[in-house]
Design a protein around this ligand. Structure first.
Ligand code: SAM
Length: 349
């Protein structure tokens, strides 16, 4: 039977499929969560490519695992080049635990039930403007992490994995020639400093974060061979930041906080900034109007509302926070670090 679908019906079918695919987003996300939990990418990389081999390695039910594997093909993580044999795509390679581009910890953290349970109460955020995570768990996410060292370690590694590509872009793209000491405020596991100090042997660094936040930093800095030029300092960036730097970098931190806390952090940095020092903000900068170019920015923005009580910001929103706290923006480089932008600011005269 040959059938010709009228153009208007074909477009209706396409539109329905597009919406239904978005509705299934959580199924794709949960399938990825399972793939990461079962370390399927590691097993496939090691040559276990059939559902029977993978089921044996993971202690799962082979016919059901087969259906999960097919779903992972459908979302672009695996391929099935010959019936019943699965391989990793370039996207799927990132699910390996030992890949240089691994996003395994990132996948595990962002599909964690602690975050999912907050999303189930997202309506609370939309109705009240308050953070659903705090509503569900009774505390801020960073307090929760400090109380759960295993989850905190996963978060630190996840942030490091997410930072790796943009860290090297900052290290390669920013002019560090006149800089001697870089203080990374909220520097987490040290991934950014490892890239910067590794690329610029004349630099020294200070990785500053909470005690829970710096717990993984020594290992990352040692692996990069830069420990001798980098100090790790634990503290609260709402109270003070280490002195002695001439460049203060704050990467992917402001989105965690509402405007009141973002101003408090900037005011603390401003109060402790040595004479002649510069502030470099690295992070997402939202376009003035929403679009489909980079949905992840908008996912992150709403995720910050739901799980952290923070927000992503436009350039003009950053400029007014900086102006309120005694800084002048010298330069804003949209997309200067891949998906991230750079904002260079100095004390207002
Ligand atoms: C989203 S992570 C970004 C980490 C790192 N800059 C990166 O880009 O990978 C935010 C960081 O802020 C740190 N942080 C949160 N509250 C803090 C506080 N009061 N004092 C110091 N660091 C804090 C967290 O521990 C975490 O490492």
């Amino acid at each position: 039977m040959t059938s010709t679908v009228p153009a208007t019906l074909a477009s209706k079918i396409r539109n329905r499929a597009a919406l239904i695919e978005i509705i299934g987003g959580y199924m794709a996300s949960q399938s990825l969560a399972l793939a990461a939990e079962l370390k399927l990418a590691d097993h496939i990389h090691d040559g276990r490519v059939t559902s029977a081999q993978l089921a044996e390695a993971t202690g799962t039910h082979a016919p059901s695992l087969h259906r999960l594997l097919r779903t992972l093909v459908a979302v672009g993580v695996l391929t099935e080049p010959t019936p019943g044999e699965f391989r990793l795509t370039e996207v799927g390679e990132q699910l390996r635990t030992d890949s240089p581009n691994s996003l395994w910890a990132f996948t595990r953290f962002f599909t964690n039930p602690t975050l999912f349970s907050s999303w189930q109460q997202a309506r609370h955020s939309i109705e009240t403007g308050e953070c659903a995570f705090d509503h569900v768990h009774g505390k801020n996410a960073y307090v929760h992490l400090a109380e759960h060292p295993e989850l905190s370690a996963l978060f630190n590694v996840a942030m490091g994995q997410e930072s790796r590509a943009s860290a090297q872009l900052v290290a390669d793209g920013y002019d560090f020639s006149g800089v001697r000491t870089v203080v990374d405020v909220g520097g987490g596991d040290g991934t950014l400093l490892a890239a910067i100090l590794g690329t610029h042997p004349h630099l020294r660094g200070v990785c500053f974060d909470s005690a829970a936040g710096v717990a993984e930093a020594a290992g990352v800095l040692a692996a990069a061979g830069v420990s001798e030029r980098c100090e790790i300092v634990a503290g609260d960036f709402f109270s003070s930041v280490p002195g002695g730097g001439d460049l203060y970098i704050i990467k992917s931190v402001f989105q965690d906080w509402d405007d009141e806390n973002a101003r408090k952090l900037l005011a603390t940095v401003r109060a402790h900034l040595p004479a002649g020092a510069t502030l470099l903000i690295v992070g997402s900068v939202l376009p003035d109007t929403a679009n489909t170019d980079n949905p992840v920015m908008f996912y992150t923005d709403i995720n910050m509302l739901v799980t952290a009580g923070g927000r992503e910001r436009t350039e003009s929103e950053f400029r007014s926070l900086l102006a309120d706290t005694g800084f002048t923006v010298e330069w804003c480089g949209h997309g200067a670090a891949g998906p991230l932008s750079l904002i260079k600011a100095v004390p207002a005269s």
